[in-house]
Every structure is written in C-alpha cells, then in structure tokens.
Design a protein around this ligand. Sequence first.
Ligand code: 5AD
Ligand code: SF4
Length: 470
Amino acid sequence: MNLPNLKEAQKRTHNKIPFLEEEYEVNDSLKELGKGKYYYIRTYGCQMNVHDSENIKAILEMMSFKETDELEKADFILLNTCAIRENAHNKMFGFLGRVKHLKEEKPSIITAICGCMAQEESVVDALMKKYKWVDIVFGTHNIHHLPYILERSMARQTQEIEVFSKEGEVIENIPVKRDSKYKAWVNIMFGCDKFCTYCIVPYTRGKQRSRKPEWIVKEVEDLVKKGYQEVTLLGQNVNAYGKDLENPCNMGNLLEMIAKTNIPRIRFMTSHPWDFNDEMIDVISKYDNIMPYVHLPLQSGSDRILKLMGRRYTKEEYLNLVSKLKAKIPNLALTTDIIVGFPGETREDFEETLDVVKICEYDSAFTFIFSPREGTPAAKMEDKTTLEEKNERLQELNELVNEYANKKNQEYLGKVVKVLIEGPSEKGNLMGYTETMKLVNVDGKEDLIGKIVDVEITSVKTWSLDGKVV
Ligand code: 5AD
Ligand code: SF4
C-alpha cells in the first residue's frame, strides 16, 4: 500500500527527471486477465484526464478487457477523477453511490478510483474508512502499473491503494486508444511548478517534466500518417515547455517543429501569461497550421488579488500581452478562465476584472467561484465575502462574458470559414469547429466527416454557429 502525502507532493528537488523510454509491455500471464470482461470508464476534469483515460483504455485492452458505455454491463468500473473544485468532488462521490448499488447486486464487479482526487490524502482516507468496498485506488503517477494493481486486487480481495506523491517521471510508449480518428491529444509536459495559491494541480500532478521534442514530433508524425487532421498539445502551462530539459528547446521551437510535420491543425493549452514570449507569438503568426486561438487564463483583473494568487503578472502586463497577440495574430480568438470571490476580493477588485473583460472582449470565458482546496495557501486565507455576494458577482460576470461572446460570433455571419467536420450533431446534421474553435452545426452529408471544409455561416447564436458547405 502506498498512500498520498501532502508534504511529499509539495516538495521540489533538483533531482534529474527520469525518462523511461523502453517498450511498454504487459506480462503474458496478464494478457488474458480481462477475457470476456467489460470495463466502463467515467472521466472528470480537463483534457489531460481525458487523455489519461485514453491510455488506461489501451492498457485494459492489452489485457483483453472490452469497453462498454453501459454501466450495468461492466465488470470493471473506473472513475478518473478531478480535484480542481469542490463540485468535482461532489460529482464523483455522487456517482459512487450508483456504483455501490450495482456492486451490492453483483459483488464480483471491481471498482477503481484514479486521477487527481486519488492524490489527495483526505480523499484516500475517506475511501479507506467509509468506502471500503472500493477495490482499487491508484494515482496519476501509476497509470502504467494498472495491470499489476488489478492482478493483485483480483487475487487478494483487499483494498489496493497505490498512490505515489512524488515529483514524477516522463514515461514514453504508454499505449493509447484515441477517442477520435481526426483529433488527437498530445502531452508535451506533465506537472506544474507555478504553485498559484488557489490551485491543487502542482500537488496532484507533480513537478514540471517536459517530454523530449523528438518524442513529441515522432508522435505527431505518426498521427499525420494515420490521417489525423488536428493535434492539441497539452500541458498545465505549455508556455514553460522545455525549461526543465537538458538540451534547450522552448515552446516556440517546439511549435515550429510541429508545424513542419504538416499536420493541418495545431492547438495548444493551457498558457500562462507569465511565460508567453515574443518568439512564441511570432511562430504562431508565421505558420498557417498553428490555429489563431489562445486560451489565456486571467483569473483576476485586480493587481492586489493577482499578487495574493501568486500569478506573477499585473493587469497592465496581461493587457499588454493581449494587445500584442491581437496585433500579431490576425483573427485571433481569445478565451480565458476567471475566478470570482477569491479570499479578500472586494467589489473594487471585482470591477477590475470586469474592466479587463471589457477591454479583451473574450470569445468566451470559463468562470468559477473560488473553491478552497485543502493544503493550498489560499484555503487558509481570510474570506469574508458571502456566498450570496460571490454568486451575484459570478452572474454579473457571466452576463458580460455572454455579451461579448455573442458580439464576437455575430462577426461570423455571412463569412466563409474552415471547419473540421467531426461527426453528427445532436440535431442530426454535422458538427465541427472553426480554426478559432467556434462550434458550427453544418448542413451536409456524412462523407464530410474527418475533412476540413469551407462553410458559410448562415446564422449565429451565443455559443454556436450554423452554416452550410460551399
Ligand atoms: N477554485 C476555483 N477555480 C479554480 N481553478 C483552479 N483552482 C481553482 C479553485 N481552487 C480554475 C482556474 C483554472 C481553471 C482550470 O480552474 O481558473 O484556470
Ligand atoms: Fe482537474 Fe487539474 Fe487534475 Fe485536470 S489536472 S483533472 S483540472 S485537478
């Protein structure tokens, strides 16, 4: 048994990051372990988690398990969890109630919890005391060990907990079963060293570790050969890519290398304003296959709150960066994340945030009420604002954000834009995204799926566009 440990998770050493680059193999004895059995996986949280689930699926299929999307049919139920806010916790524990029912009816079901919540001491403590029927808990550093954890669990019938609170390594060659044949997630780095005072990620995902550029380029080249149209380069803070590598390579260099693979579309997320340098902006504007879309979390527009958050930029620096991006990248779409009700946030602080929204005119924004995360510095800060007030601020902010989202979308009316058609839409037509990440419902036939086509925008809503193929 290995339990999570907050103190260990906080630690950052100068130790070299291990790179594990050998083939990924599963012992012959484990290859049949899942024969005739079905797995169900439910994923919460960010794209990083979605991509981890794609790895987990491939590993389970190496063990002969088959995927099902019917919970009732599953022999192995796995919840890949998120810890970013309290409601992510609540959702997971809510769902666990349903799983318990099933397990009571069919005790042979194996249940597992993995992902960011599995890295939290208090969660694992609760799982050990109140949810003893959960068979397996494994952390974000242990995905590649899953076959052995499963084997032990099936043999021993005791709760298996394998969570390491370590800085982590870079593991290549973990297999992947991608959800899409056209769009792929590609990790370029793991972990985060920024330690924003509200954020749990540096504790759940370990130290910043960049993959070597040659491995990333090889992965994208393979995707090009398979006909993929789009890659999204993933990291908690992609702009800091390469800072930890022995051989220098920064995000601008990496983007340029990926652009030269000729993959039709490149996206990247998430950016931190602090590390967004001019070289990177130049590369984005130079290559047509790097999409004119930047997600640039603001969090707050108040210098005082930004300081308390440990964000290391001011309102003015953020706005300067945005005006540089808009000047150099034509048709740029800009989105952001904003937290309201951070401890000590006054009405004046909040108005600074509204001010930035008015200046930046975001295409859209993800907005959140501050949620104290155990073990983070902000969780201990004095917070006098009532929840009611925070809700009012959130609503006011959302109204402003929607106004600009609508305004930005209106600019598309009558225009012809490139859309990567991904599949059928809910309304029975097709759906896809523009270069600027706008969702478009398209009138057209199924043979367009997987292709980038010219679409004329015929009507506009706040969160989507309608169009027809031209
Ligand atoms: N409370 C509320 N929102 C948070 N985020 C991260 N941590 C918290 C928290 N403790 C938001 C930030 C981040 C996004 C992924 O989630 O805005 O950019
Ligand atoms: Fe949630 Fe952050 Fe973990 Fe992603 S990295 S699953 S957002 S806590």
